[in-house]
Ligand binder design. Structure first.
Ligand SMILES: NC(=O)c1ccc[n+]([C@@H]2O[C@H](COP(=O)([O-])OP(=O)(O)OC[C@H]3O[C@@H](n4cnc5c(N)ncnc54)[C@H](O)[C@@H]3O)[C@@H](O)[C@H]2O)c1
Length: 446
């Protein structure tokens, strides 16, 4: 059996822990080629985190980190001294240990990443800071994870990949939605063959952020600016990450090209004009980001994905999370399934009947704690729990720098397509040909 056949067989029969580990080890055996696919962490007893950015997201993730077994938060950094000190106080209260605090300006993170007592740097800052911070962390010999999207230009996507390969440090995208209860259950349902051969997916980030975007604090200080200079999908990965995992993107398939179209812009402007006086400086802003951006991605194996983004209109939250194949379809919000030949009319049925049989092992193991912690329905805890598990057991991470680059690239590529009248735009192959190796996502946990 050659390696490729072995990996194929491993994916087919990888429902046991043993097969999962064998799969990871097989992938590791080629890690000397320079890529970061399947490269295991060096096992550590305790995962020592440093966190850059202690705003809304960073402080929430610190709360979840402190609930993990075998994890510590050793250092925090923020340009907002109050935010950093508040986070540090909570860490001390919860763990009894005072973290080091870095608040001396926009580049003080460079001092945090140089510490010699950190295993992982978590980056939860505004988008434009993700890449310089991740690069600095890797250059200083630290594994890192960045909030989403990892990067906003193709050049920066390549920068993450090349720095990770050169320094042999992982750069993960902390895409919590990949660890959602439904997303992981659907992965199991797909693995069990219930949906047949996959054909099509739909993903979205539809979230009414109008109030948030126009605030004078938090994300309002930076997240509205891109709406004045960019027109495309600003936040592609919450929807796209899980669908990419279903389809085995970078694990036997890859994104080939996309076409993208943006609607007119209106929602943010109308909301602003209705809520802010005529002399408010915000009234002078000119938004260029179309309200609804729709991209269609085609994969190398011929599958299609519809990917949408709208954060400025009054619509209930929706990531769509649809995946369909030759035998059936799953669609979220609310979660429902339809399988070919099921009794009755052609109607979706509730997912409830599948929950017991297909609940993912990670949720079986830690679902109770995840629900108690609560972050985004528990997915935030499962993401961190799994990261700590991989680092403590010396496993490769589930999500790597190639995923960070590929999923994030959908943002800038959509802008290019929109600007050219919806011409097709090719995805770069960040894996340099390694995408053809089939390997199970989360195989080691199965
Ligand atoms: N995965 C999720 O579910 C999720 C949810 C919310 C936000 N996010 C992402 O998390 C990131 C942060 O978002 P947020 O909501 O916490 O925003 P925020 O504005 O509340 O927090 C960002 C923090 O970064 C700090 N900061 C800015 N520049 C810095 C620098 N040079 N050095 C140190 N600190 C700096 C700010 O002072 C602020 O406290 C964004 O990438 C966002 O897209 C992800």
């Amino acid at each position: 059996m050659n390696r490729r056949e072995f990996l194929g067989a491993g994916a087919a029969f990888g429902a046991s822990l043993g097969a999962g580990r064998a799969l990871a080890q097989a992938a590791n055996s080629t890690s000397t080629t320079g890529g970061m696919i399947g490269v295991p962490f060096t096992a550590v007893k305790t995962v020592r985190f440093g966190v850059i950015g202690t705003g809304g997201r960073g402080s929430e993730m610190i709360r979840e980190m402190l609930s993990l077994d075998g994890a510590e938060v050793r250092a925090v950094c923020d340009i907002n001294r109050d935010a950093a000190l508040t986070a540090a106080g909570k860490i001390e209260t919860a763990s009894g240990k005072k973290p080091e605090v870095y608040t001396s300006g926009e580049h003080d993170f460079e001092n945090l990443v140089r510490r010699d007592d950190l295993d992982f740097v978590y980056i939860a800052t505004p988008w434009d800071w993700h890449v310089p911070m991740a690069v600095a962390a890797m250059e200083a010999g630290k594994h890192c994870g960045t909030e989403v999207p990892a990067a906003t230009t193709i050049e920066d996507c390549f920068k993450l990949v090349r720095t990770s390969e050169r320094t042999r440090r992982h750069c993960l995208i902390m895409e919590n939605c990949c660890y959602g209860e439904n997303e992981l259950m659907v992965l199991n349902i797909i693995r069990a063959g219930l949906l047949g051969e996959l054909i099509h997916g739909e993903a979205a980030y539809i979230h009414d952020l109008r109030e948030e975007l126009l605030r004078n604090r938090g994300e309002g200080l930076w997240r509205r600016l891109p709406h004045t200079v960019r027109n495309g999908n600003l936040y592609p990965t919450h929807g796209l990450g899980p669908v990419a995992n279903y389809m085995g993107v970078n694990r036997g398939d890859r994104f080939d090209y996309l076409v993208s179209v943006s609607s007119l812009q209106k929602g943010l402007e109308v909301y602003r004009d209705a809520n802010f006086p005529a002399d408010d400086p915000k009234r002078r802003e000119k938004y260029v980001e179309g309200d609804m951006n729709t991209s269609v991605i085609r994969t190398a194996r011929g599958r299609t994905i519809v990917l949408q983004h709208d954060v400025v209109d009054p619509r209930p939250y929706d990531r769509v999370n649809l995946i369909s194949g030759t035998k059936g379809v799953f669609r979220d919000y609310p979660p429902r399934i339809y399988l070919d030949g099921q009794p009755g009319a052609e109607q979706f049925t509730s997912i409830d009947a599948y929950k017991e049989k297909y609940e993912h092992p990670l949720w079986q193991k830690s679902g109770e704690m995840a629900r108690k912690m609560g972050g985004h329905g528990g997915m935030d805890f499962i993401l961190l729990y799994r990261l700590a598990e991989c680092m403590r057991e010396g496993l490769p991470p589930d999500i790597d720098v190639y995923d960070a680059a590929t999923w994030s690239a959908a943002g800038p590529l959509s802008e290019r397509s929109v600007a050219s009248g919806s011409e097709p735009v090719k995805f770069p192959d960040f894996t340099n040909g390694r995408w053809e190796q089939p390997r199970g996502w989360l195989a080691a946990a199965m």
